[in-house]
Design a protein around this ligand. Structure first.
Ligand code: AMP
Ligand code: FE
Ligand code: FE
Ligand code: ZN
Length: 284
């Protein structure tokens, strides 16, 4: 089945916690017949240049992007940035700060796991990560390899998740600051997978308020985990707030094997290519 007329605006690569390199991701997208693919790694744009080059080689549009993990109160919204300028100094500075937050947390997480009797080293996790970004999913895979957890999910449940015995909170960038960093990088800021905020109606709008004030431009309405009802609710919300409705699979390759590039959970799911001009018009 060709995915002509479809795009995927949410994909991870080995630059963060995906299993395909940027080039492999773009090649796969082109082979599937997708008309565009966005590279949206967690807190890094390290995969963007390689992906853009691959886009030229394989004849598919590659949207330079990023997904920034943020915090507001107890909520942890993820902010997608599209058509960002990878050379932007203020955006790079913001992402460097995000890396510092990780670099502060990761050794503490190792120390905590060691205290629990698990002989894990930062070097092992670094090797597992491969790229510059080291996140909990990489810790989880090493814990599985060491036999300390049965699966990645088990590693989160027992150790790494917020209820786990080795949970160490990392410093979070305020969500409105991330919106501004994306705007500074000449990108379009979009709230990712709004269902993860687990709030609706006025409660959700209260969370969105500072983001809208900072210049939020879009809402990721189409997402594999959204129920049909949630999709409709988020569509209406986006329309009412004047936000562009975007969508993507959150592809991570074999790191999240149930999610397929372009089609999410499968079937005839398709993010329509006509979203792209609407998104692009926000940044020109
Ligand atoms: P980090 O940014 O290093 O704190 O890692 C966050 C990433 O860990 C998220 O993007 C998820 O992919 C993953 N993650 C967080 N919580 C869980 C969980 N309970 N189960 C599985 N994966 C999780
Ligand atoms: Fe991830
Ligand atoms: Fe996310
Ligand atoms: Zn994602």
């Amino acid at each position: 089945m060709s995915l002509k007329g479809c795009i995927d605006l949410h994909c991870h690569t080995t630059a963060s916690d995906g299993s395909l390199s940027p080039r492999e991701l773009v090649r796969k997208a082109a082979r599937l017949g997708l008309e565009a693919v966005a590279i949206t790694d967690h807190d890094t744009i390290a995969g963007v240049d390689e992906g853009m080059h691959a886009g030229r080689d394989y004849g598919i549009e590659v949207v330079p992007g990023v997904e920034i993990s943020t915090g507001i109160d107890t909520f942890t919204p993820h902010l997608l940035g599209y058509f960002i300028d990878p050379a932007s100094a203020p955006l790079r500075e913001a992402l460097d700060r995000m890396k510092q937050y990780r670099d502060e947390r990761n050794p503490r997480l190792i120390a905590r796991l060691n205290e629990l009797g698990i002989p894990i080293t930062l070097e092992q996790v670094r090797r597992q990560a491969g790229g510059e970004l080291i996140g909990r999913p990489h810790f989880a895979r090493v814990l599985v390899n060491l036999g300390a957890a049965k699966t990645v999910q088990d590693a989160f449940d027992r150790y790494l998740g917020s209820a786990g015995s080795a949970y160490i909170q990392k410093k979070r960038m305020p969500a409105d600051e991330a919106v501004r960093a994306i705007l500074d990088g000449r990108g379009a800021p979009v709230l990712a997978h709004p269902f993860t905020l687990t709030r609706h109606g006025a409660d959700l709008e209260n969370i969105l308020k500072p983001l809208l004030d900072a210049g939020l431009k879009g809402l990721e309405v189409y997402y594999p985990d959204h129920t049909e009802e949630e999709t409709h609710t988020f569509q209406r919300l986006a329309d009412r707030l004047g936000l562009v409705k975007t969508g993507g699979s959150d592809f991570h390759g074999s790191a999240k094997p149930e999610i397929k590039l372009g089609t999410g959970l499968g079937g005839d799911w398709c993010i329509k290519v006509n979203i792209l001009p609407a998104l692009r018009s926000l940044v020109v």
